[in-house]
Design a protein around this ligand. Structure first.
Ligand code: SF4
Length: 372
């Protein structure tokens, strides 16, 4: 299995009210972070086979200068990436995007851009604490397209308190009008530690209505599939199969990956480890010549099997029963026949001779499916 490389860029100009990802709003440490990142990458030299995906996420990778990004890419190519057909993705904030930035990203070899649009409704953007407007999102998409990007993904959020089905449907239709190659439609999760979570705990805002969330999910899937997109994972849609995220599929099928940067996670097949969730600790550890790893864990066969079940049932490809049996020494069909038959009768999964696949309704309840 060809591994993936993830880089976490832990800087944002401001924090969105719902965000639980690790990032800091002071950008002064970016130069020292980049130095540390390149040294961390060097620590992995030769330990993984060549990769065909690189994903720059965050945080806000588009805050790095073109020179910093070019340097990172150069080192990644030298150390990890295969010479051709590599999927190189960057997450970008529409508030940062302009034609000059889009050109420099494209020229540096990035071939896939994921824009954090979230909504085309300015009231929703303001509620979420985003620093861009719907007009910024539109010009960001246009800039990316005119710079030459042929693989553009838009991230959108539904289930925002106060969001109507009409507002969400308008956002989807607006997104479709740009014919993006990829759409990620995430249900808002209210994390307790975030400003939004605090407002929820004090009762200032209402929590999500489960029935409405289900309706949002079904509307999204129906509308996008009717528009020609493949709903290939709970939250992800591709305009055709070649635009499914190659990198994210590695997470879903237990392919190894290296995560570089603060708070980044890595996985070797049976071991997972993660870095310090602090830019300062990260830079300090590397400066003293140590890997910035905070902790690691070994996953036993049972844990890997349960994860594979959970992740597999979140994808339309589902679970390949022969492969599952070989990898996890477990005959799923034999061991879980009764519950699988009930799920099949309820229209949540289909079972053919070698696959269990969730239906659209099954994807809507993917977390419950994994409890079999
Ligand atoms: S820009 Fe992204 S990573 Fe940064 S605070 Fe907002 S949601 Fe979080």
């Amino acid at each position: 299995m060809i591994p993936g490389i993830y880089i976490h860029i832990p800087f944002c100009l401001s924090k969105c009210g719902y965000c639980d990802f690790y990032s800091v709003t002071s950008t002064e440490k970016i130069p020292r972070f980049v130095e540390a990142l390149l040294r961390e990458a060097e620590m992995y030299r030769g330990s993984f086979s060549r990769s065909d995906t690189l994903y720059l996420g965050g945080g806000t990778p588009s805050l790095l200068s073109p020179e910093q990004l070019a340097l990172i890419l150069k080192v990644m190519h030298e150390l990890f990436l295969s010479s051709s057909d590599t999927e190189v993705t960057i997450e970008a904030n529409p508030g940062d995007m302009n034609r000059t930035l889009a050109d420099s990203l494209f020229i540096s070899g990035i071939n896939r851009i994921s824009l954090g649009v979230q909504s085309f409704d300015d009231n929703i953007l303001s509620f979420l604490g985003r620093r861009h407007s719907s007009a910024d999102a539109i010009s960001a998409i246009e800039d990316a397209r005119s710079a030459g990007f042929e693989n553009i993904g838009l991230d959108l959020i539904y289930g925002v308190p106060g969001q109507s089905m009409e507002s969400w449907t308008n956002t989807l239709r607006r997104a479709l009008s740009f014919q993006p190659e990829h759409l990620s439609c995430y249900q808002l999760t209210i994390e307790p530690s975030t400003p939004l979570g605090k407002r929820y705990q004090t009762g200032e805002i209402a929590g999500p209505d489960e029935d409405l969330l289900y309706d949002f999910f079904m509307r999204t899937s129906e509308l996008l599939e009717d528009s020609g997109y493949t709903h290939y994972e709970v939250s992800n849609f591709a305009r055709n199969p070649s635009f499914m995220s190659r990198h994210n599929r590695k997470y879903w099928n237990h392919t190894p990956y290296i995560g570089l940067g603060p708070a980044a996670h890595s996985f070797s097949g049976n071991r997972r480890w993660w870095n310090y969730r602090s830019v300062e600790d990260y830079i300090d550890r590397i400066g003293r010549g140590f890997p910035p790893i905070e902790r690691s864990e070994i996953l036993n066969m049972e844990q890997r099997r349960l994860e594979a079940l959970y992740l597999g049932l979140r994808t339309r490809m589902g679970i390949d029963l022969r492969d599952f049996s070989e990898r996890y020494a477990f005959d799923l069909l034999e061991e879980k026949r009764e519950i699988l038959t009930i799920m099949q009768d309820e229209g949540l999964i289909t079972i053919d001779d070698n696959h269990i696949r969730p239906t659209r309704r099954g994807l809507a309840m993917a977390d419950s499916l994994a409890l079999i």
